[in-house]
Design a binder for this molecule. Structure first.
Ligand code: ZN
Length: 119
């Protein structure tokens, strides 16, 4: 017994039967839709399943919020990251953190622009 993932059906095992089934309009229609979805799913998985990337973004936002909420200078971000790297040298999330005062300032400005657009 063979199973067609595309049509979600069981088929007989014969080679000619399977070849004939692969040429049916129904199978080809579902195949096209699944291929389109697979491409989108791949992009979505890249974004959602890379948990380390997500943690890096969360860390960046937390550090920026820490500076902003305590009225600290954005230029402190470089030294703050350096201290964190010394304290936690094996932290993989911290090692991927690529943020300097320029990026920090841009994120704060970008967030500020979004807030003013919503009003
Ligand atoms: Zn099929």
């Amino acid at each position: 017994m063979a199973y067609c993932k595309i049509c979600n059906e069981f088929k007989t095992n014969g080679k000619s039967e399977l070849l004939k089934h692969s040429e049916t309009p129904r199978h080809n229609r579902f195949k096209k839709v699944l291929e389109e979805n697979a491409a989108l799913r791949g992009k979505l998985d890249l974004y959602l399943n890379s948990s380390t990337d997500k943690l890096v973004i969360v860390l960046e936002v937390r550090l920026i919020l820490f500076l902003a909420e305590n009225n600290l200078a954005i230029s402190l971000i470089d030294k703050l990251i350096a201290v964190l790297l010394v304290c936690f040298p094996k932290d993989t999330v911290l090692q991927q953190l690529a943020m300097a005062k320029q990026k920090c300032g841009n994120i704060i400005r970008f967030g500020k622009n979004i807030k003013t657009l919503k009003k």
